[in-house]
Ligand binder design. Structure first.
Ligand code: NAP
Length: 201
């Protein structure tokens, strides 16, 4: 088991997220994570957002230093472009990228392709969002019926077939949904179904 966490965001109120990428704050959040998780080193530390108010290089250098000090084993990014990813690679090995990606939101297709070509783990958030595609008669609903699976399983199975570096993180507070989501590992999408989902938007 590996534990992943993030730094670089504050939450000043409900539904409010403000990026803070000052080196001393990234360092403080890392130290607090080490203490709360009771570990000597974090398995994966991700920069939640690049703070546009702070020099990106300064933020990347802080992460690199934390890794060199042994406080972090692997480093990742979140919601970045390919150019930002390449810039970060000048400072450290980027192990993972966590961008929003699912059947209905393929905005990060270029980042996924770059990650796939370079063996970087791609962690899509909101992975089971299928929107109207999951409505009765839609491609996700049809695939689910044919495969005797749930719509969430179809969405996850499509992601898992899309790239070998894919690591979806569906959130849930329900054991039933957790089991349902894990069941996606046993769903093999045939070529025709995969192609149908691939072309659906
Ligand atoms: N990098 C970023 O900027 C970013 C942004 C947002 C989230 N994230 C990450 O994404 C992860 C998950 O986020 P999230 O908790 O907001 O979750 P989410 O994956 O966006 O959505 C979870 C929702 O889907 C439902 N759900 C899950 N499995 C289901 C199933 N099999 N059938 C039907 N409904 C299902 C959940 O309800 P139940 O609880 O009832 O199952 C919940 O309402 C977290 O690690 C979070 O940090 C990252």
């Amino acid at each position: 088991m590996r534990i992943a966490t993030k730094v670089g965001f504050t939450r000043p109120g409900p539904n409010r997220w403000v990026a803070v990428g000052r080196p001393e704050y990234l360092r403080q959040q890392t130290e607090l994570s080490l203490r709360k998780l009771r570990v000597d080193s974090l398995d994966l530390l991700q920069l939640h957002r690049i703070d546009s108010k702070v020099d990106a290089g300064e933020q990347f250098a802080t992460l690199r230093d934390l890794q060199q000090e042994g406080k972090v084993k692997a480093l990742g990014l979140s919601e970045v472009t390919v150019d930002q990813l390449k810039e970060a690679e000048k400072y450290f090995t980027v192990s993972t990228v966590q961008n929003r990606y699912n059947l209905t939101d393929r905005t990060s297709e270029d980042v996924l392709n770059y990650a796939t070509e370079n063996g970087i783990g791609f962690i899509p958030w909101a992975p089971i969002s299928a929107g109207e595609l999951a409505l009765p008669g839609g491609p996700v609903d049809e695939a689910a019926r044919r495969l005797n699976a749930s719509a969430s399983q179809v969405a996850l199975a499509w992601l898992l077939r899309r790239s070998p570096v894919m690591m979806p993180i569906p959130g849930t507070g329900s054991i039933g949904h957790l089991e349902d989501n894990m069941g996606a590992l046993g769903i093999a999408l045939d070529d025709a179904t995969y192609a149908q989902l691939e072309s659906a938007r």
